[in-house]
Each structure stands twice: as C-alpha cells, then as structure tokens.
Design a binder for this molecule. Structure first.
Ligand SMILES: NC(=O)c1ccc[n+]([C@@H]2O[C@H](COP(=O)([O-])OP(=O)(O)OC[C@H]3O[C@@H](n4cnc5c(N)ncnc54)[C@H](OP(=O)(O)O)[C@@H]3O)[C@@H](O)[C@H]2O)c1
Length: 288
C-alpha cells in the first residue's frame, strides 16, 4: 500500500476508523472523510498516533446533503492528483422516517445515494489512476432488502428502521455490481462486502426496546471494530484481489449475494433512478 492514495468515508468511528489505522500502517496516504470537524480532527490524530504515519489528512462532508457531497468531490479533485482506492463506508440507521435537505428518505440518501453520487463524481480520477479499486461497505442485511421504486422513501408503505436499512444495503450491492459492469476494461474494480456483526456506534441508532436484546443476546458474538475493519482492508489491499470485480464478500469470503442483488435489470433501473435523484447527467454517470 506504500504510496497509494486512499479516500475513506465514515472514518471517524467503527470499522472505517480501524481500516484507516491499518491502511496507514501499511504506508498508504490516507484521506479520512467525516461530517463533524472535531470528531474528524480527532480521528486524524488517532490514526497518526496508532499507525505512526504522518500521511493522514481529512475532508469534511455530510452525506445527507448532495451539496455537501458535491463540495467534497470538488475539493478532492482540486487537491488529489490520483486516487487508488475509494472506500464507501459512511452509513447508519434511523429510528424514525426523516427527510434530508434534498427531500429524500435519509437512510437511502446517506447509505446509497451518498456512495452513488461521490463515486460517480470521482470516477474520472479513479480511471486515470488505474489500476484502482472501489470498495463498497454493504451488509448481510441486504438479503432481507426489497426495492419498491414507487415508494422508495416509505411514504405509503410504512417506515421501519430495518426495512429502510436493508433496502439501502441491497442498493449498495446492486450499485457495486452495476458499477463493475460499467467499469469493465477500465482497470478500476468495484466490489462490496459485509464486515460481520461488529460492535460499533451503529447499534446506538437502534430503537430503545431493542438495545437490551442486542446487548445481552448479540453483543457477546460481535466482532471488534478492528476485526470488521480488516475485511475492508482485504478488499482495498489484498494483492490476490487485483483485477477481481463485481464480487460480494461476507467476512472475508467470496459468496453469492441475494438473488435480488444479482438482478441486472433491477440494478440498471436503480442506477437510472439514482442518477435522476442526484441530478447526474448521463455524461457524468458511468454509461452502459
Ligand atoms: N457494525 C455492523 O455490525 C455492521 C454490519 C454490516 C454493515 N455495516 C456497515 O458498516 C459501515 C460503517 O458502520 P459502523 O458499524 O462502523 O458504524 P459507526 O461506528 O456508527 O460508523 C459510521 C460512520 O459513518 C459516519 N456517518 C454516518 N452518517 C453520516 C453522514 N450523514 N455524513 C457523514 N458521515 C456519516 C459516522 O460519522 P459520525 O462519527 O459523525 O457519526 C461514522 O464515521 C456502514 O455502512 C454500515 O452499514 C456495519
């Protein structure tokens, strides 16, 4: 990883922070993306201290705002002359249905459209840096996900935290696979992963009634953030995965994703809908 330039979102906590430490240790030039200036500065200091690397800096972005994502992409393109690995990792759950400043259900906006928009805006830089990798952090929860294009934001269908989350994570796998097809022959790969059930802040977003259940029944079996982060590092850095694209990994193992996630027509439709929702012209969004 020495000399490689890596941009990772959701780097202020959990598996994103731990992956950043390990990739910095391996000599990558790290750019951490966070939404809160204080937490982001603290993450940079932590990654520097634990990795012993001085090559760690940051950008700010709130992925619930498309203007903020566009500003981030603009800053990245102005500052970086190359990008070897983009890691889409920022995400979370929302107990109640919320709309973003762009009027989109927040879980879908942050967890899926955030990855979609940032990646498309950085695609030319990635292609110029080939061989390059795009790593998308999805979840095994995608297996329970559904997509209803007539009610993407649960306006009519009734909102439930896990329905929104699994939908966004199904979108992650469909996006990563469709991106791989669109990037065929460019030297840029696109893969997605489930990091395991990991003890991170994400569970603090669970409903109050569910927290004791998680704490008592699940938590003893959770991986540490370091163990979960290692699966991001694998997709970003493992030389054995050079050229591997359009694949999905669960806790380090290559497996088939859910049948719905393998549906190419669904992936194409999701791509077109996502491009419309983010105002991407076909000239910018990778074409197929
Ligand atoms: N933990 C698990 O068991 C598990 C399982 C499967 C998949 N995943 C996936 O792993 C990824 C990382 O989650 P984690 O478990 O490490 O959770 P985490 O500790 O809560 O970390 C989430 C990261 O995303 C950032 N983030 C959330 N919303 C954001 C927004 N609107 N704009 C910018 N940044 C935002 C958070 O920033 P702040 O520090 O500012 O909050 C934090 O850095 C997620 O995509 C999640 O779906 C996790």
């Amino acid at each position: 990883m020495r000399g490689k330039t890596i941009l990772i979102t959701g780097a202020t906590n959990g598996i994103g922070l731990e992956a950043s430490v390990e990739l910095a240790r391996r000599g990558a030039r790290m750019f951490l993306v966070g939404r809160d200036p204080g937490r982001t500065a603290a993450a940079v200091e932590q990654v520097k201290a634990r990795s012993g690397s001085g090559e760690v800096s940051s950008f700010l972005c709130d992925f619930s705002s498309q203007a903020s994502i566009r500003a981030l992409a603009g800053e990245v393109l102005a500052k970086l002359d190359r990008l070897d690995v983009l890691i889409n990792n920022a995400g979370g759950v929302n107990k109640k249905r919320e709309l973003t400043v762009d009027g989109i259900e927040k879980t879908f906006a942050v967890n899926h459209l955030g990855y979609f928009l940032l990646t498309n805006l950085l695609l030319d830089l990635l292609k110029r840096s080939a061989p390059a990798r795009i790593v998308t952090v999805a979840s095994i929860g995608h297996r329970r996900g559904t997509l209803d294009f007539d009610d993407l934001g649960f306006e009519r269908g009734g909102y439930w935290i896990m329905k929104a989350y699994t939908r966004s994570k199904l979108a992650n796998v469909l996006f990563a696979n469709e991106l791989a097809r669109r990037l065929a022959g460019t030297g840029v790969t696109s893969n997605s992963l489930h990091p395991g059930s990991v003890a991170t802040n994400i569970w603090s977003g669970a409903p109050t009634w569910a927290k004791p259940v998680i704490q008592l029944l699940w938590r003893p079996f959770f991986l540490t953030a370091e163990q979960g982060g290692a699966f991001i590092v694998q997709l970003a850095a493992d030389p054995k995965l050079e050229g591997v694209t359009g694949k999905y990994f669960e806790t380090g193992k290559l497996v088939a994703p859910a049948p719905l996630a393998q549906d190419e027509a669904l992936a194409k439709k999701l791509w077109d809908v996502s491009a419309a929702m983010t105002g991407l012209t076909p000239a910018i969004a990778a074409q197929r």
